[in-house]
Design a protein around this ligand. Structure first.
Ligand code: ARG
Length: 340
């Protein structure tokens, strides 16, 4: 094995392999072109792991300093676009580790002590998703405030309330909008609830059965701002129920977005004529100049199908997987990323 330039993944494996991986298999199994989105979480998780390894005396403080220096450089290379992602290195984890080893030598390899890509990837997804949940929760609150603002201006505006889409009783437009404020409020609460189960630390589980190194998992959890450590290693590396829960909560967000969108589309049609949507938010037609189309709410309604589809994809991905980690789980990322 070339010691300071690990360019091909197969070089990290055992003497069991007598030929390099087929190029077709390499392309089929690689995930780097989508999981590089996890790079920042991967580095954050690695730095917390390295800090703990040094505190426990498992690696030297010199190694820790080298790892920190290397990771700082890698972070800026990724930010500037200078980082060279290699398909032959399969995924974000091996790409970063190989570059680290290239930059700081054997200290880079010692970073992986007491760790496997199995607990590493589970940690990365959780860290990344936690950040996204916080952004989404913030957006839901902003959306609620925007609806409240419109409601406040429209307390005296009366519109027909419908049941069965038949005119039923008069209601205040404000009252109607505040119904959505309730829906998005529950959506945010669901996100916060999912967050608690996302924010648990898998590291320390290693490949599936833990490690004999005297790791301090609580320290890593604390460094990463996680609420606790996953209690069972087999479970920690294999289940993606937290991603499924997130997709379910996201599906409900989209169902509510879709209902609101549907109402905007109806209200804007000439038959209802309840609202006008500003020109800058609509599209036109050259052959039918009388038309103004609500493309934005229509697209929002349409995107709902994608998110609900990802929920089905993720839940089906999990079904039938024996314990513990299986490569199937690599398929969690694209639906999760697209859902976000
Ligand atoms: N790219 C892999 C994934 O997303 C990382 C874990 C790979 N682990 C393994 N033992 N092959 O799931």
């Amino acid at each position: 094995m070339s010691s300071n330039q690990l360019d091909k993944k197969s070089e990290a494996w055992s003497a069991l392999f007598s030929e390099p991986m087929s190029e077709l298999v390499q392309r089929y199994t690689a995930s780097v072109f989508f999981d590089k989105r996890l790079a920042d979480a991967d580095i954050t998780g690695s730095l917390a792991h390295a800090d703990m390894l040094a505190a426990q005396g498992i690696i030297s403080t010199d190694d820790l300093a080298a790892i920190q220096r290397g990771m700082t450089q890698i972070r800026s290379e990724i930010e500037s676009g200078a980082f060279e992602w290699k398909l032959a290195l399969e995924d974000v984890h091996l790409n970063i580790e190989a570059r680290l080893t290239q930059l700081v030598g054997d200290a880079g390899k010692r970073l992986h002590t007491g760790r496997s890509r199995n607990d590493q990837v589970a940690t990365d997804i959780r860290l990344w998703l936690r950040g996204e949940i916080d952004l989404i929760a913030g957006l839901l609150r902003e959306l609620q405030l925007a609806l409240i603002e419109v409601a406040e201006k429209n307390i005296d505006v009366i519109l027909p309330g419908f049941t069965h889409l038949q005119v039923a009783q008069p209601v205040s437009f404000a009252h109607h909008l505040l119904a959505y404020v309730e829906m998005f409020g529950r959506d945010e609460a669901r996100m916060q609830d999912v967050r608690k189960r996302v924010n648990q630390l898998p590291l320390g589980s290693a490949a599936l059965a833990g490690t004999t190194y005297p790791l301090d998992r609580e320290r890593v959890a604390k460094t990463l701002g996680m609420e606790g450590v996953c209690q069972n290693s087999l479970d920690a590396v294999s289940d993606r129920d937290f991603a499924i829960e997130f997709a379910a909560a996201a599906s409900l967000v989209m169902v509510h977005v879709s209902r609101l969108s549907e109402e905007l589309v109806l209200w804007m049609s000439q038959n209802f004529a309840f609202i006008r949507i500003a020109d800058r938010f609509t599209t036109g037609s050259s052959i039918m100049p009388q038309k103004k189309n609500p493309d934005v709410p229509e697209l929002a309604r349409g995107k709902t199908g994608r998110v609900v589809g990802h929920l089905m994809g993720l839940i089906t991905l999990m079904k039938g997987q024996p314990l513990a980690y299986n490569k199937d789980n690599q398929e969690d990322k694209e639906p999760l990323f697209d859902t976000v």
